[in-house]
Design a protein around this ligand. Sequence first.
Ligand code: NAD
Length: 456
Amino acid sequence: MSDMLTIVEPATERPLRTIPRAGVAEVDEAVARAKAAWPAWRDLAPGARAALLREVAEALGSRHEELAVLEARNAGKPITSARGEIGMVVETFRYYAGAPERNLGETIPAAGGVALTFREPLGVVGLVTPWNFPLAIAAWKLAPALAAGNTVVLKPAELTPLTALRFAEIAAEAGLPEGVVNVVVGPGRICGQRLVEHPDVRKIAFTGSTEVGSSIAASAAATIKRVTLELGGKSANVVFADADVAAAARAAPWAVFDNAGQDCCARARILVQDGAVDEFLAVLEDEVRGMRVGDPLDESTQMGPLISAGQRESVASFLADDVSVAIRGPAPAGPGYWFAPTILHPVDPGSRAATEEIFGPIACVIPFRDEADAIRLANDTIYGLSGSVWTRDGAKALRVARAIEAGNLAINSNSSVRVSTPFGGFKQSGYGRELGPHALEHYTELKTIYIRTQES
Ligand code: NAD
């Protein structure tokens, strides 16, 4: 293998940058640096750690546009989306800068004395991230891990490492001590695997495919390493006939074609109640045909290319089957990994397109009869990440949202992720939660100390 890695711009297929590619030795060096930096970082006064995280947030904020352009070019995402993601990165650091000074424990009455609980940091944490929301997903892990007093080694996806590398420079300039954040760019099966197996790494926080997540969990078992997994999805967007059907249809494309469908929360199974299907499809068609697909740096672009030639091939394989294409949106010709947004209807709910995660701009419209049928179809998947329920009946909305086996539901909305609320999956979409107050639990161990107060 070459020891240099060429980063390609998906919208042009041209090289963007060439950087050194790490191997096992570089991972081991990074873990050693993180291990050496840990005691001082752990023991820093909570207020001082909080202040440094606020400095990092400010420094990222002052490079907002630079980072957004870099992300848009490297990942092929519209600049407006990239700006939103970098804004979320800044917010994530601001949010967790509040955590070191609120790392509260409990006192629990116990026979003969009292017990105290402490949330202790783990040590060196390995962060392994995908290419679809490169810096945003890294920040969801970096900020709580650092706030809790851990040091980290981040291994971004090889296709999109540029914002992670820039982050490390910015964090160092902002005053984060040497060795607290380390970024290693290299292949998952070498660098990622080494992090998972390394005896000095106490936890792996992973976002990526269910297949790789499963292999990480298996390898981590050898050292009883803590693991949190944010994996794939095949989420349902449930539209009842008593909903504002036009509003649901206008919103539906953005719930699946955002980021060109390369979104773990993509609501790629659009379940529409009998009686509303024709109206839904008519509005959906206008919306999909009117999508602006093109140059990520154009302010008016709504959807960019796929990440790579391989991803386009994998997505296209779903159209090779005997499927009915009901609607196709636009896509530019020429260089770039373009793929037109596509709606399949009718679709067999048991077919490959309706059951597998496509991770591209293809969605299925599937009719349902009644509430029970909608819940059955929504849950007929190995995944359980997100989903939506559209209806004007408030009690039904809550009933159905509670009945869907997924971690993140929205009612009359397709929102999935907020800095202040927990995010994560049921079933094979993973375990553990990111963001919100709960993420900190996954970057700490609970310690109990008993104090005997009774005189014998
Ligand atoms: P992937 O699983 O191929 O790779 C993810 C990361 O794991 C990369 O950094 C990769 O280099 C590394 N890796 C690969 N093999 C490894 C191994 N054996 N050991 C350790 N690390 C290894 O995923 P991807 O193609 O980059 O991303 C797409 C997938 O991510 C989709 O399935 C998507 O649903 C999922 N995803 C989930 C969430 C979520 O929060 N649930 C968010 C975004 C993406």
